[in-house]
Design a protein. Structure first.
Length: 130
């Protein structure tokens, strides 16, 4: 007695297409979540007290990276933060100095947007996987 299986190539093709769709959904969801956090950072970043400074405003330098993948865990992610030209200044504001208390605006932005980020990511995944 033998069993003949047909349509294996079609099944493999369909699974490959789904894998591609899932990857697209993941990338779009990461970007959607990052945009929510970036908007909150722009809203809450402290303003510099230096008038007439040639340094760019921190609010204007919030940036979102492209999708990246952690090589160890294979998890996809998008980084939200500041470019090297201004990131050194963030450390002082976020964590404080001997003469300045920490403001923790980045941590607060992540905590306050957690639910909104999740909702944006879920909505994006649903759009792509329909």
């Amino acid at each position: 007695m033998s069993v003949k299986i047909t349509g294996v190539n079609e099944i493999i093709e369909a699974l490959s297409k789904k894998e591609s769709d899932i990857r697209k959904a993941t990338n779009k969801a990461n970007t959607a979540g990052a945009k929510v956090v970036a908007a909150e950072l722009e809203r809450t970043v402290p303003k510099s007290g230096i008038i007439g400074s040639s340094l760019p405003s921190l609010k204007d330098t919030v940036s979102i990276s492209n999708n990246k993948t952690n090589k160890d865990t294979m998890q996809s992610y998008v980084a939200v933060g500041f470019p090297k030209s201004t990131s050194y200044r963030i450390h002082f504001v976020e964590f404080g100095t001997i003469k300045q208390s920490p403001q923790g605006f980045m941590e607060k932005a992540v905590q306050t947007t957690a639910n909104d980020v999740q909702a944006a990511m879920i909505a994006e995944v649903k759009k792509v996987l329909r």
